[in-house]
Design a protein around this ligand. Structure first.
Ligand SMILES: Cc1ncc(COP(=O)(O)O)c(C=O)c1O
Length: 413
């Protein structure tokens, strides 16, 4: 396997397991499929405040990177939570509650509109959901629990910032801080839930628990489907640069494009922090491989040491290449897209949210990487800005201005 070093700490390699995107494979279809997508869309599109997030064309940056076009799907405005995450965690909460109410009612599963109207609060009020999080997922589960009327307890690990903790507590959840990394918090949530009779809503799985993490990913597919509907002139992108933590977002996006475009599915490049390259390592050797160490990165949502088993079923053969970037590269990209001097619309992109774009900027600036990925002046690239300033203080420190001073989503090209 050829690994390219772009600068001392960034790496790019082709996935040895990648099989060209022909038919969507059955092992992926058992995880995410059209029926699941329509169920998720039916639910989420009825939630109060639902609206597709905008897709921006960054023509000036595309010119600088010597590619034909660059589209940025901006998740900053999603349900007022600042990231794409409510599509997943809150959807998994809604699905769990519908199922639980169904068992009370002799298997008549209520429509989502009944939950939104609060018709089953006498049942849902006795249900507790829990999750481990590095910030955004816990916020999404807490928000969903509040919206659909159940109790919520969220586990965070030692380095999650206070701002992220408060953002979760804001939605009425109890927050418990535990020693260790994100992966340790995942285990702690699962163990405690077993003892207390709570329902775990993880965004990752080792294969033992399937329903909730599958629903989390199925909810994310709506983001990809919206982007497909918004593509300028219906032109299919040639490349997607997708940031990966446990891989749920990247797998959901890959799956939605693969089901829609089959052999015309874009080249898919996974982007991770240099300290937490679990996809890089796992795809390199052909099986899930944990990354040890503190996993420390400003890209908090991507600081995961273990891939999700469900995402693996899709990305093992669906990801074309993988790369790791360091924190400085993400910071530089955050400043670049927020710069008011640029011709492109200014964008508020958070640390994890900018990683796909940062990976593109790195790869496009390196001749060997361009060749390896087939990136050239005909390439149409799509990236997903999966969060805005979800940690406002950290954002301000990095960009030099608060998020509200950076025009976001107002300016249409
Ligand atoms: C903003 C943001 N982007 C991307 C991701 C990565 O998602 P996944 O862990 O499903 O790969 C996360 C995960 O928390 C996130 O918070």
């Amino acid at each position: 396997m050829q690994t390219l070093l772009i600068q001392p700490e960034s790496r790019l390699a082709l996935n040895p397991q990648y099989q060209s995107h022909s038919l969507y494979p059955s092992e992926a279809d058992t995880v995410l499929n059209a029926e699941g997508f329509y169920r998720a869309k039916h639910s989420i599109s009825q939630w109060p405040g639902y609206a597709p997030t905008p897709l921006f064309e960054l023509s000036d940056l595309a010119r600088e990177l010597e590619i034909a076009s660059l589209c940025y799907k901006d998740e900053n405005s999603r349900f007022g939570l600042g990231s794409f995450k409510p599509l997943g965690g809150a959807y998994a909460v809604a699905s769990l509650l519908q199922k639980q109410i169904g068992t009370h009612h002799g298997d008549r599963t209520p429509d989502i509109s009944e939950l939104i109207a609060g018709r089953h609060r006498h049942i849902t009020g006795d249900i507790t959901v829990t999750a481990a999080t590095d910030g955004n997922h816990g916020r999404s589960v807490a928000w969903g629990a509040q919206l659909f009327g159940c109790r919520c307890i969220i586990f965070i690990h030692e380095t999650v910032t206070n701002a992220r903790e408060h953002a979760i507590a804001h939605y009425g959840a109890e927050v418990i801080r535990t020693p260790g990394t994100f992966d340790d918090a995942v285990r702690k949530a699962a163990e405690t839930a077993k003892i207390e009779g709570w329902h775990v809503i993880p965004d990752t799985t080792d294969g033992t628990l399937i329903d909730a993490p599958r629903n989390v990913m199925q909810g994310y597919t709506l983001m990809a489907a919206e982007a497909i509907d918004q593509l300028p002139d219906n032109q299919i992108p040639t490349h997607l640069f997708l940031q990966a933590g446990v891989g749920g977002m990247a797998a959901a996006t890959c799956a939605q494009f693969w089901q829609t475009f089959a052999e015309d599915t874009p080249t898919i490049v996974l982007v991770e922090p240099q300290t937490a390259g679990c996809w890089f390592d796992s795809l390199s050797v052909g099986h899930p491989t944990a990354v040890a160490g503190s996993l420390e990165s400003i890209m908090a949502g991507l600081a995961c040491g273990e891939v999700s088993y469900l995402a693996w079923q899709i990305l093992r053969t669906g990801a074309t290449a993988m790369m790791t970037i360091n924190d400085a590269v993400a910071e530089k990209s955050m400043r670049l897209v927020a710069d008011p001097q640029r011709v492109d619309p200014p964008i508020v992109a958070g640390e994890s949210g900018v990683a796909g774009l940062a990976g593109l900027i790195e790869a496009a600036s390196d001749h060997q990487c361009r060749t390896l990925l087939g990136l050239d002046e005909k390439s149409r690239v799509l990236v997903f800005g999966t969060e805005g300033a979800t940690d406002p203080e950290s954002y301000h420190n990095i960009v030099g201005r608060p998020a509200h001073e950076v025009t976001n989503g107002q300016h249409k090209p």
